[in-house]
Design a protein around this ligand. Sequence first.
Ligand code: PEP
Ligand code: CO
Length: 452
Amino acid sequence: MSTSVQDQSWSPSSWQRREALQQPRYEDAQELAEATARLAELPPLVTSWEVLALKQALAEAQDGRRFLLQGGDCAESFADCSSPVISNRLKVLLQMSLVLVHGLKKPVLRVGRFAGQYAKPRSADTETRDGVTLPSFRGDVVNGPDFTPAARRADPQRLLRAHSHSALTMNFVRALIDGGFADLHHPEYWDLAWVEHSPLAAEYRHMVTGISDSLRFMETLAGSVAGFSKVDFFTSHEALLLHYEQALTRQVPRHEGWFNLSTHFPWIGMRTAALDGAHVEYFRGIRNPIAVKVGPSVTPDQLLPLIEALNPDDEPGRLTLIHRMGNAGVAKALPPLLEAVKREGRRVLWVADPMHGNTESTSNGFKTRRFDNIRGELDQAFDIHAAAGTRLGGVHLELTGENVTECLGGARDLSEADLQRAYKSMVDPRLNYEQSLELAMLIVRKSSATGH
Ligand code: PEP
Ligand code: CO
């Protein structure tokens, strides 16, 4: 058991004594109290057994025996809690994981950014349009995106709706996983027309044939090897809205300590990772495996005390650091952090998020990311880790299984004009189905070249 759990000063609500950034202002304390009391009675979304199994698997990833693929929407929305959106997102993640398993020759740990990714940090508390100022949209768990006073009001009932939409998502994901996706086992059914547009077409075709052959071989064995069709899948979200997280923080009969049972793998966003802030206080006391986003302004002097606060005993699998530096900044910002963590002998899983440091606006007013920058940051991250003698153990991506046009470039070379066609994200631009699979293939290519 970790020190933090024995610490008498911690409780699921002790974060309330610290400064909590990025929280909405609820007008009616009584209404909030009633909603969180109800939430605290509802069944959890995951179990402590699953949470501990994931921690064990993340410990294996720290040792290089697994690779983490974490991905999904920037923000889920209640409206997108629908059968095709959920199944297409799961499908692209599973297909990417097969590409990675085949290419990296190690098991891939699959974690979705879903079933709870409903809260967003914002750069400003309010938004002004045509002289009217309203609270910013903070994600469907808080308020609505429409620019009206009613929609933008922080509504405690949304806490309960977020829980039920997470449960609906979770239920469908579990059913799909248990049932097995037919076209997962047959790459010839995958939607791979884009491959022909890539300069790497021949290499990709070769990869897909290799995956098909391996899957057929495994299916031949499946009669005798029990459990082949079962795939594990875990969930994650940014545990931003602490009233929600607190209500789903539970004790269970056969495990000590407190678990956040709203998700397997909560993370702290870049904007709320202050050592003395409410989020770090909350996270230090839960037993889940946890992650922290690390941006380019973080220095070794800030990172080391954060590691000490969140994982004082260097518990295996407990702490993942997701660096998101940007293609232009990673070469400068990352090496000092890797060196410091290595020097101090701290046990972490290093994961690259090549999305959040590469956001830009186009001349026609879209928030976008260039595929080349995403790929560039990932390529550099592999090289920087190799040079530092540390291990890049996974990737964290924003993607969707839909055929959206939000990120520029990729095999079909999407242009600024293409963004108008199918830009659907309410928040950050996501890789579409094709760009996601292409990136998985590029990861395999790069990691084989660096000998990871
Ligand atoms: C996110 O993951 O959507 C996000 C807001 O990231 P970060 O905290 O790294 O900016
Ligand atoms: Co995002």
